[in-house]
Design a protein around this ligand. Sequence first.
Ligand SMILES: C[S@@+](CC[C@H](N)C(=O)[O-])C[C@H]1O[C@@H](n2cnc3c(N)ncnc32)[C@H](O)[C@@H]1O
Length: 404
Amino acid sequence: MTTLTIARLGHLGDGIAPGPVFVPMALPGEVVEGALDGERMVDPKIVAPSPDRVKAPCRHYRACGGCALMHASDGFVAGWKTDVVRQALTAQGLEAPFRPILTSPPRSRRRATFSGRRTKAGAIVGFHGRRSGTITEIPDCQILDPRLTALLPMLEAITVAGGSRSAELALAATLTDRGIDLAVRNGKPVEPALFAELARIAGEADLARLSWDGEVIAMARPPARRFGRADVVPPAGAFLQATAQGEAALVAAVTEAVGKAGPVADLFAGCGTFALPLAERAEVHAVEGEAAMVAALDAGWRGAEGLHRVTTEARDLFRRPLLPDELNRFGAVVIDPPRAGAEAQTAQIAASRVPVVAAVSCNPVTFARDARLLCNAGFSIDWIEVVDQFRWSPHVELSARLSR
Ligand SMILES: C[S@@+](CC[C@H](N)C(=O)[O-])C[C@H]1O[C@@H](n2cnc3c(N)ncnc32)[C@H](O)[C@@H]1O
């Protein structure tokens, strides 16, 4: 048995004691006791709990790997996530005014990828267990919108029909304005009998759309999402913001950051989460790597009324970033890259005359690296808002305004 005191939290939400020793579900200041397995303490006993420790509000928490910070108070998690961003900035020699964090409520996640595996008795569907390949059932999940949890029996039926005991199905379910959009991957090949069974299950569950390894099997209605005044039908499995509250917070922040500036470039535009609401005020040029998402955005704009012009471009912004000559006509640029950030594109913005950047990021480290490039070119960070749509997880998201 070893006794340790936790010094800080790591980026996955584990407690870290000097060594380093990683201690799952432990908080800074806590004294813990347990056996060591290399750099990890297995099954730690909390000898002296932190005042920030709370009883996890979910009965699946110990087994399920979906959440990592349910044993900490909301106030602690909010402070920790804000500090993660602050430290990433400090590492780049940057400072910024912080707005209060906006955390999505429990049971608000509107998209989730479940894992499903056939078993002797039928099927098991849920999330992967904590650091394990096993699947944990989560009928009382506290993070998901209850309309997603209610899908579990239907997802089991799908897994029985189209899964196997050797491979796991990935079942990505999204709540849309017109019902559930379900995209399944790693399924068995769709023979006629399987097709008929999947179509039957989709009909019985009133799914808006069911797709199977990229192929649409059944569509009762186009699974549209409203962005501002436009209805968009995203391609199966496409990126969408995780909660309605998170999306509203990000759209409000981006809209405020852009202000009256125009025209606007929306880079890494997805299906138009920002471009379409922004088009209520200004012309927008939306650039995104996935051609199917660009087509969905364009169709949404064409079907909407009263919007300014939205032009679109399918383009790999890592390899072919917009150049200063292309950027100089914009009054503001919105940029929302994947976790890797947008180093190449940001270098071009830094070299351009663009006066305002509205940045959205799901990785504080790459955000700070890219913000450093802009600040080297005369920008400063006007404000940062941490938007926590991944409550109880160690993920950190933010929006920021930078201007010259
Ligand atoms: C964090 S998502 C943001 C999407 C959109 N702004 C939204 O809020 O819905 C990042 C987007 O970048 C796109 N993407 C990833 N790599 C890219 C690349 N190299 N070039 C252009 N787009 C890329 C993804 O397809 C995805 O739509």
